[in-house]
Design a protein around this ligand. Sequence first.
Ligand code: PRX
Length: 652
Amino acid sequence: MADQHPEIADLLSEHRRFDPPAAFAAAATITDPGLYARGAEDPEAFWASQAGELEWYTPWTRVLDWAPPHAKWFTGGTLNASVNCVDRHVRGPRRNKAALIWEGEPGDRRTLTYFDLYRQVSQFANVLTRLGVRRGDRVALYMPLIPELAIAMLACARIGAVHSVVFGGFSAESLRDRINDAQATLLVTADGGWRRGAVVPLKQMADEALREAPSIKNVVIVQRLQGSPVPVPLQEGRDHWWHRLMMDAPLTCDPERMDAEDMLFILYTSGTTGKPKGIVHTTGGYLTQVAATTRWVFDLKEDDVYWCTADIGWVTGHSYLVYGPLANGATVVMYEGAPDWPARDRVWEVIERYGVTILYTAPTAIRAFMRWGTEWPGKRDLTSLRLLGSVGEPINPEAWVWYHRFIGGERCPIVDTWWQTETGGMMIAPLPGLTRTKPGSATRPLPGISAEIRRDDGTDIPVGGGLLALTRPWPSMLRGIYGDMDRYVKTYWSRWTPDIYFTGDGAKRDADGFFWVLGRVDDVLNVAGHRIGTMEVESALVDHPQVAESAVVGRPHEIKGQALCAFVTVKEGVHTSDVLAAELKDHVAKKIGAIAKPDDIIFAADLPKTRSGKIMRRLLRDIAEGKALGDTTTLADPGVVARLKDQYQGTE
Ligand code: PRX
């Protein structure tokens, strides 16, 4: 792709470094390099000073209680997340500041001030209470990207209920499984949402899910579509319209005093088995780290207009669209739909319309923008931008440099932020007024965070490649996997000693101490910035009556980072065809969601296995990537691979 832009070729040289632009650095919030030293010398005191920026009812008695691998932060402290994100701003000059500037895909717009948010969060908290939701209960949210989603989250936080947001692109079955795992008692959804000009019929899918989700007693439905043809039958006694309930809900609601370690939310993410993990986050430590990192890494100022393009269904939306920015009293832009609807300049149009100053998006999106061409951003005024961010997957240097030049006009620092659903907040990222950056590197661990590159045997690799490990607990770390502590210990804390967290990522550190995260080393794929477990897709495929066996691997993809390549063997007597391949793709979309639809289905007479019967994924990856074959000596029948390879190349 670099060939298309000769202007960026010279910026791509191996040794190219980008110092913080002088004008940016002069006005930056963090210019004291001593922050790193303070974070390293006494991490507990350092994080306690960050926690002090929040509003607490009662202060903590202990900063960290660490019984590896179980951590408690700020024990004894009590606070409320909705008070920190809303109430404390309405008491002062931010009362009528825009909190959320929302734009729907069809072009409808709404702005909610902090005072609007305060009233609606309080009202919806009262609605939840009236419907019987109590402190500690789980509430599932399956919604489009509309303000009511943020309102519902904060309303849960206000009364001490635990929210579990399920991305609106997931299927009815995925929703059902997540509701059942968390035993949620109430579901908030919408009649539908808009995506690329089409309606996503959320209530219909929710109804399908609820046929086998008996824990749900009440459903609240936001009317998003107004007059669209999608029918929304209401089930008497169970289903309620949001706007009806809000009409007579009181305008104030006393917040619950939550313990720092009380659960704030559960968010499901894919792992190496077929069953997604309910990642548990608690209140005090989570809010401390997301609020602090929002300030540092985005250099957030009072008059910034901040836009994170992620959906709230993912952790980025939780931490850096809702909790982090709102805890800081920021103005947040929220856009419901697709970036190329109705045209490929929608993102740039939104930036121009609201004077966005900070943009946080994913490499997949940047690569798509690159492909669409510079004429689209060129049509719009992007001079309001002052900082750019990247998250979710490794950013290739070409995309970094393109972003820097064509979107940032060479005046905006880029913050490449590495973190995970499990880490809750950013872990490796630059401080934009201080840190020199290199395209493709997330630079170094943030102050108060410590990371290493390790060998399998646990020894540290000062310079070179290995496994990325986190070597000290951090405030926004996951506290567990909902209902499965064993899996928590096994997945994250058993690779080395129980005090060292295994990220699942491979990374290298260069001679300057910069970290380069290379991607997953487990059976988790990152497709267009979305985490997908290969086992989940395999289970969905073998659920089809004509499939005998399947193995799913990733292959590099120019835009999406990775594409899903599924090898499938069919049952005796089944005829393979393009029609069957299309049916299998749809089957996966129905079981999991469209994001997990395989890009390729390769029918195979057999899958390569070791003598002990294990599928050799490495070989399949090589075939999918079109590479020369690796070692096949342990293979039960080496002929299988050669036949597969011929066949795959035949499909290209
Ligand atoms: O492989 C890493 C990749 O995304 C994984 C985490 O995915 P998820 O929990 O869905 O959270 C995504 C949003 C934080 C990581 O294990 N990843 C995330 N950010 C980066 C990254 N890889 C390289 N560079 C990044 N900046």
